[in-house]
Structures are given as C-alpha cells and as structure tokens.
Design a protein. Structure first.
Length: 124
C-alpha cells in the first residue's frame, strides 16, 4: 500500500473526481444506517491493491465546522480500520443530516455497522 506509515491518508488513498464517485455509486453495494450511507465497490483497475475512500457531506448536514468534523471522523475511522479490510475496495461514505447530532463514539459504531453489513472486514 502506498504511504509512509499506517496513519497516512495520501492522494492515492482518496477518490478524487466525479467520474470515480459516479462509478462507485453506480456499481457498488450500498448499506444505509440512520445517519450514513456506505457504498463499496471493487477497484477500478485490477492492479490496484489498496483501498480508497471518498467522503460526501452536504450542507444539509450542518455548518462548515460540523461538516469538517464529520469528514475528519470518517477519514480517521478509515485510517485506523483499513488493515481489517478483506480486500482492496473503493469506498464512498455519505453523511445524512442526522450525522450532525452524533457524538464520536456513536458515529464510529454506525460506520462500523455499515462496513460489517457489507461484509468488508476479514473477521465478518
């Protein structure tokens, strides 16, 4: 996996353009929780052996401070749990307006629930 440490979230770990997001939204498996939608898809190329993350948090969720906090929580969760992924995936996480009212622990539990229901972990 690219990067210099386990906590690196480099450009190669990110979905960067609308074409990549559209492909995942079109082809991926979805899981809805109360405050999140998690969409997982196989990588775009066969030689990609690392996972990538895309985050969508609209203005309906809250003000800029709230939206940025949610994005940080999603990236932190991805960095700390990507070693548990069963295979390389492209992952999109979309926050719903209810996400603004969760604390960090509840948010992590809800994100973990979505990932487990999609059977993305080795131990699932």
């Amino acid at each position: 996996m690219p990067g210099h440490g386990s906590q690196v979230f480099s450009v190669t770990n990110r979905l960067r353009n609308s074409r990549e997001f559209s492909r995942i939204w079109r082809e991926g498996q979805r899981c809805h929780t109360r405050s999140l939608t998690v969409i997982a898809s196989s990588p775009a190329t066969l030689d990609q052996n690392w996972s990538r993350l895309g985050v969508t948090v609209s203005r309906k969720v809250g003000n800029a401070v709230c939206r940025n906090r949610i994005k940080r929580w999603i990236r932190e969760y991805f960095r700390s749990s990507r070693h548990r992924l069963a295979r390389a995936i492209d992952l999109s996480v979309i926050a719903k307006p209810g996400a603004a009212h969760l604390d960090h622990g509840d948010f992590d539990r809800e994100l973990q629930e979505g990932m487990q229901r999609l059977r993305l972990y080795l131990d699932a």
